[in-house]
Structure formats: C-alpha cells, structure tokens
Design a protein around this ligand. Structure first.
Ligand SMILES: [Zn+2]
Length: 411
C-alpha cells in the first residue's frame, strides 16, 4: 500500500528520494524461490508538518513478520544491551522482584528470559507475530502471545493480565504502521507509576553517518527524539528520560511515563532535542543533502570493491542483516563482486540473499575459504565480529567497514 499520510500526525508528505525497485531485504530465499522473487517500490518521504521521515510503501506485515529470520539472541552485543537495561531499570526505576513486565515484539524471548531470572515466569509476558520465533521462546518457557500489539490487543491483554510495571519495545516502533496504536495500547496496560521503554535507531546518526542501509521496507519510519516526544504528546504520555546507546549504529533508549507521574524530566531530553535542531533534522533541505550523500556513497563503495576485485582478490560479506541486504541492493553489489555471505543464524544458512542472490553459509567456513576481504554488512557490531574472527584477521584476512566511508578495519 502506498501511503500519502504521515504515520504520526496524518498530515501530507513530501518525496525526498526515489530508489529503484528492490526485493524485501528481510526475505531470504530458498533456491526455488529465486525465480519468483518480487520487487517493490521504495521512496523516502518527510512530513510537511511534523517533519517525521518515513517510507512510502507499506507492505502487508504478515509477509514481513509472520516468519522472521532475525533472532535477538544471536548477537552478544544485544544480550549486553538487555543486561544494561535491566540494570538501569533496577537502579533508576525501582524494578523489583515482583515487578510485572510486558514486551512488545519479544522476538525469541531473549530479553524476557534475562528478566525471568530476576522476577520469575509469572511476571513476564511477550507478544510477537513470528511463528518460528515463538517456537524458540516456548522452549525457553517464556509466556508469549502470537500476534501484533495494538490498542485493540491491549484491551484483551488487560482483561487477562491486568496492568504492568514496565513495558518494553525494542526495535519495533519503526516497524509499525500505526505507532500511535502501540503508544495508546501501552498507556492502557501501564500501571500509574509504570515505565514504558523504547529503543529505536536514532535519525540523528542515520543522517550524520549517512546510514541509508536503514532504509528498507521493514522500517516504515526513522525516529528522532522529537518524533517520540510527538507520539507521547498525542497519546497523553510523558517523555522523562533518554540515553544514547550503542545499538544499530546509534540508538535512543527513551523512558516514558503517564503524564501525571511525578518525576522530573531529565536534562538529557532537552539537550538531545537541541542537538537534533542544530544538525537540521527538521529542515526539508537536510533531506536533499542526504539524498546527494547517498548517491555519492553508493558509487564510492561500488568502485572501492570493484578495484579490489580487479586485482583478482576474493571478497565475501559478513552478516545477512536486513540492512546489509538493503545496502547490497542499493549499490548493485552481487555475485560478480561477492562470493558469498556468512551469517550465524541457522534460519538463514543455505538460503540466498534477497535481490542479489548470494548464498548464505555458516561463519565457521571463513577460515577454510579464507577470502582476502570480508565486507562487514553488520558494521554496527564490528568489535564483536573482530573478536569472533580473530583467527581470520591474524591469517591476513581484512575486514571492510562500509560506513561512514569504506575503509579497512584496524584492530
Ligand atoms: Zn507528521
């Protein structure tokens, strides 16, 4: 569905960039699916009124999310982020052994499993639409509802489970067609002194570091802190604190309460909102600059790899993340340049990458294949990958990081 209205304030949108049609970056293919693969239009737009940056083409969520190949538990960095969140909630927001917690888009249950060790199974609940991930969370004994969270769903949840002390939504607000419905739903099931935590990639970094690999059909919106504050205002909630976290190339972790909650708004909120204005996130001209930066980077990365390839070197890629697939497709990096893609997820191994059709294999083969270069598509977790691939690096293997500009990683 092509949208003409802002997903936050419903006002009109202005077109910023029109990309070529691309395959769905999270849809990894079996060999027999390659021939039938569909491509979809993709444009970046900005709201004329609230300046929220978003895409035009809303794909049916059942196509994107009823089977989901991205598992929270696969990344060690993700687990340490979850532990840091639990620590913060205990320290600053009185998360106790009898606190009740609800997670929107609980994925494979990794977060709730960490919290379960602290507050017990009867105090945790998750919701997620992916059937394959529910099988994993069921094995971990995590109570999980199969479905999408919305205001309507919150009424059912309230009837059965009443209210929660904490609601968490990590990396899901940007995926939702109607973020207002999530906010309204959380408000409905959040206790009077409850806290709603959101983690979302920060538009500030997307613009500053030119992270256009974030633009694919799963991400419907790109969030500034202002956009989160707008969502709070519309839904009568209050943004009380924020921290910058090292996740997805730089994310914001926002703490939200009911409007009458008596806690002073932390100065960090004001400071980050100010920085967003200073860098120009709410000026339409900024997005023209962004568009030019993207065209420049696409050419630069492709030429960088072609130059290596022309010297008869072998290049493989690491990390079959959605954003990696967006990048390969935007830059036209296919089997002529890359031999194959390594990824730890067992759901992806043996499949082919969307749009570019590269075979995905287990990273344990890296040291057997010994490609001269590894293009790191999961560039946001470079340190984790470098630690994991110590042997490859000591054997003269080289890792290429694509952003902000392509370069060789130095330990
Ligand atoms: Zn708007």
């Amino acid at each position: 569905m092509i949208t003409k209205k802002c997903r936050i304030c419903e006002k009109r949108l202005l077109n910023v960039i029109k990309f070529n049609k691309v395959a769905l970056s999270g849809s990894f293919l079996k060999k027999n699916q390659i021939r039938k693969e569909k491509k979809y239009s993709l444009s970046l737009l900005v709201c004329k009124s609230c300046k929220h940056v978003q895409i035009n083409n809303i794909i049916n969520p059942n196509i994107l999310f009823s089977h989901y190949d991205w598992e929270t538990g696969v990344s060690k960095s993700n687990i340490s982020l979850i532990r840091s969140l639990l620590f913060k909630l205990r320290k600053n927001f009185r998360f106790k052994k009898n606190s009740k917690i609800f997670e929107v888009a609980s994925n494979d249950g990794t977060l709730l499993n960490e919290f379960k060790n602290y507050c017990g199974k009867s105090n945790i609940l998750g919701i997620d639409p992916a059937k394959n991930l529910k099988k994993i969370s069921d094995k971990k004994n995590i109570p999980t509802i199969l479905g999408y969270f919305s205001y309507n769903k919150s009424k059912e949840i309230y009837k059965k489970y009443k209210k929660f002390d904490f609601c968490v939504a990590r990396n899901v607000i940007a995926h939702a067609k109607d973020p207002n419905s999530i906010f309204k739903g959380v408000k409905n099931i959040l206790k009077e002194k409850g806290i709603f935590v959101i983690e979302v990639p920060h538009l500030y970094n997307i613009f500053k570091d030119n992270q256009y690999d974030n633009i694919f059909h799963e991400h419907l919106g790109f969030h500034s802190l202002k956009s989160i504050k707008d969502l709070c205002n519309i839904n009568l909630l209050k943004l009380i604190d924020v921290e910058l976290i090292d996740s997805q190339g730089g994310s914001i972790r926002c703490y939200i309460s009911h409007q009458n909650f008596k806690k002073k708004i932390n100065n960090r909120v004001k400071n980050i909102l100010k920085k967003e204005i200073e860098i120009g996130l709410f000026k339409l001209t900024t997005w023209k600059i962004f568009s030019n930066k993207i065209s420049h980077h696409r050419k630069k990365l492709r030429n960088y790899l072609l130059k290596i390839k022309n010297n008869k070197k072998i290049i493989s890629a690491y990390g079959a993340s959605g954003k990696g697939q967006a990048l390969l497709q935007f830059c036209g990096i296919d089997s002529k340049i890359i031999s194959h893609v390594y990824d730890k997820s067992i759901f992806k191994q043996g499949k082919y990458t969307p749009g570019t059709h590269l075979k995905i294999v287990n990273p344990k083969f890296i040291n057997k294949h010994m490609p001269d270069y590894l293009l790191l598509l999961s560039w946001n977790i470079v340190r984790e990958i470098a630690r994991q691939e110590k042997k490859y690096l000591s054997g003269n293997g080289k890792i290429i990081i694509p952003f902000p500009k392509p370069k060789i990683f130095i330990r």
